[in-house]
Design a protein around this ligand. Structure first.
Ligand SMILES: Nc1ncnc2c1ncn2[C@@H]1O[C@H](COP(=O)(O)OP(=O)(O)OP(=O)(O)O)[C@@H](O)[C@H]1O
Ligand SMILES: [Mg+2]
Length: 500
């Protein structure tokens, strides 16, 4: 291809116990959007981190606009024109948006001082050029930004002058559908400007909508290089998992038992007069837009945030849970959406992280019994198909989706009576998703009460027995499974639905 901007030749990369990439070759042309897809641990992020200079490759060659960028450092990769939009942007809370965009590389210095005016002017020009001026105030501080605004900052960092290839690593997981549409407009602009674009996502609908070509990775090897217009989601999935997928998970009607959680008239800084209950064996789905206050509700119940008023009862008994530790003692589990900040201790092993909620149960005379830990954790890790060389691997070294599975594993091991799941399949691949659905279904069948927060409508509809919708700090009446439609729920979530 003479229009090639990025040429990756026979790249290989291994970690102890893992061959993350094997003999991988691919090219990206100017003005082309190439999607990378593959199961959790397939090697997608590893390839991006090699391109960004975070990791060094073991074998192969990378040409960016004709220049060899082999063994580049992060700064060298940036200067060569490769920019990575990370899934979890690092935002400095105490400095402005403009400064955040220039963190670590201020535009021009005179006698060691930053030229603040030049920086502001450049940021304003960038935001205008890509149509984001209305979304963000450049003097706002980092701490005041919403997840979507943080994402805009991260994108602007990438688009500063000199950019030739931009890679997006799962860019849409914290965006509303409106924001996804804006991101796609941006990507089309970048295409028109002749940049090369790499798009990594587990959301195949988005891949079909925005990409020109799809590269499929499996176990570090390329199993497909397809023209998007000539392929289908099914064909991609087959190449990803190496077998036919069984779709159409369907949860059978269940018998609902005693009320496990009863919330009445709860109010908090985010909520007004919230009431609902969840019975043993039931999955109650929480729909709403990103930022509607569902995560905050979970944290109020889990004792992390305080409420002003209202009652919370567990098994018919009113409780005032004041900390997560108390919540765990009261048999409540919470798998948070933000696994890096709240869910996992990245420097500790898979087994430590998964056994964390049952330490006291496994400890005898103050001693942890390793054999028991292995017996408790091993089967769950296998069942979730967590891709790890061993139970003793550091969690921080697993791929994003596999880290998510370890958060779930912790609560499967602990087996609480009330389990709060916040976006349980975020960043998880299609095959693992189906497996996780089956597990959640089985937990409910075994009598657990499950509070399921999800922004994925098919997931909510497939799993929930009833669905409630949060909007403007209030909660709708529950909608029974058989009456729940996507249209009705979306209307309630954006506030145009008939007040139920
Ligand atoms: N720093 C590291 N140390 C050890 N192993 C690593 C490291 N980084 C990645 N790996 C391993 O390399 C493999 C590929 O991981 P990678 O993060 O590239 O997967 P991925 O395709 O991005 O998956 P996901 O969809 O879950 O994000 C995995 O088995 C992972 O555990
Ligand atoms: Mg990844």
């Amino acid at each position: 291809m003479k229009n090639t901007i990025l040429d990756i030749k026979s790249v290989g990369k291994s970690f102890p116990g893992v061959r993350a990439l094997q003999n991988l070759s691919m090219a990206v042309a100017r003005g082309e959007v190439v999607a990378f897809v593959g199961e959790n641990g397939a090697g997608k992020s590893t390839l991006l981190k090699i391109l960004s200079g975070d990791y060094q490759l073991d074998q192969g060659q990378i040409l960016l606009d004709g220049a060899d960028v082999l063994h580049a450092s992060p700064l060298a990769a940036r200067n060569a024109g490769f920019r990575l939009v990370r899934q979890e942007p690092e935002i400095v809370p105490d400095i402005s948006v403009a400064e955040n965009i220039f963190v670590g590389e201020y535009p021009s210095r005179s006698f060691g001082r930053v030229d603040v005016n030049a920086m502001r002017a450049e940021v304003i020009a960038l935001l205008q050029r890509y149509g984001f001026s209305d979304l963000i105030d450049i003097s706002a501080t980092g701490r005041s930004l919403s997840p979507a605004q943080m994402h805009v900052v991260e994108i602007m960092r990438a688009l500063k002058p000199g950019v030739k290839v931009v890679a997006f690593d799962e860019p849409t997981s914290s965006l509303t559908s409106d924001e996804v549409a804006r991101l796609f407009d941006l990507i089309r602009k970048l295409k028109a400007e002749g940049l090369g674009i790499i798009y990594v996502s587990h959301r195949l609908q988005e891949v079909m909508a925005i990409s020109d070509r799809v590269i499929v990775l499996k176990d570090g090897q390329k199993t497909g290089d397809l023209t998007t217009a000539d392929t289908t989601e099914d064909a991609i999935v087959r190449l990803m998992v190496g077998r036919e997928m069984i779709y159409g998970f369907k949860r059978e009607a269940t018998t609902r038992d005693d009320v496990v959680l009863e919330v009445e008239g709860l109010s908090s800084p985010w909520h007004r007069d919230i009431s609902f209950n969840i019975r043993a064996g039931e999955i109650l789905g929480f729909a709403g837009l990103v930022g509607a206050g569902r995560t905050e509700l979970a944290k109020v119940i889990f004792g992390e945030y305080r409420r002003f008023g209202g009652k919370i009862a567990l098994f018919g008994q009113e409780r005032d849970i004041r900390s997560p530790a108390e919540a765990i003692r009261a048999d409540i589990g919470f798998a948070p959406e933000n696994r890096k900040a709240e869910g996992l201790i990245l420097g500790r092993s898979v087994i430590d992280n998964a056994a964390m909620a049952v330490y006291t149960r496994l400890a005898r005379w103050g001693m942890l019994r390793i054999g028991q830990m292995v017996d408790a954790v091993g089967p769950v890790i296998r069942q979730l198909e967590v891709k790890t060389p061993s139970l003793w691997q550091e969690v921080g070294k697993l791929s994003g989706g596999n880290q998510q599975k370890v958060v779930l594993a912790r609560w499967l091991v602990a087996g609480p009576r009330l389990l709060i799941l916040d976006e349980p399949t975020r960043a998880v691949d299609v095959g693992a998703k189906a497996e996780i659905y089956r597990l959640i279904d089985r937990l409910a069948k075994d009598g657990m009460a499950i509070m399921l927060i999800s922004s994925e409508m098919p997931e909510l509809l497939a799993l929930s027995d009833r669905i409630v919708v949060m909007h403007g700090g209030r909660l709708s009446h529950p909608i029974e499974k058989q009456d729940a439609t996507e249209e009705a729920i979306v209307a309630l979530a954006i506030g145009t639905g008939a007040a139920a």
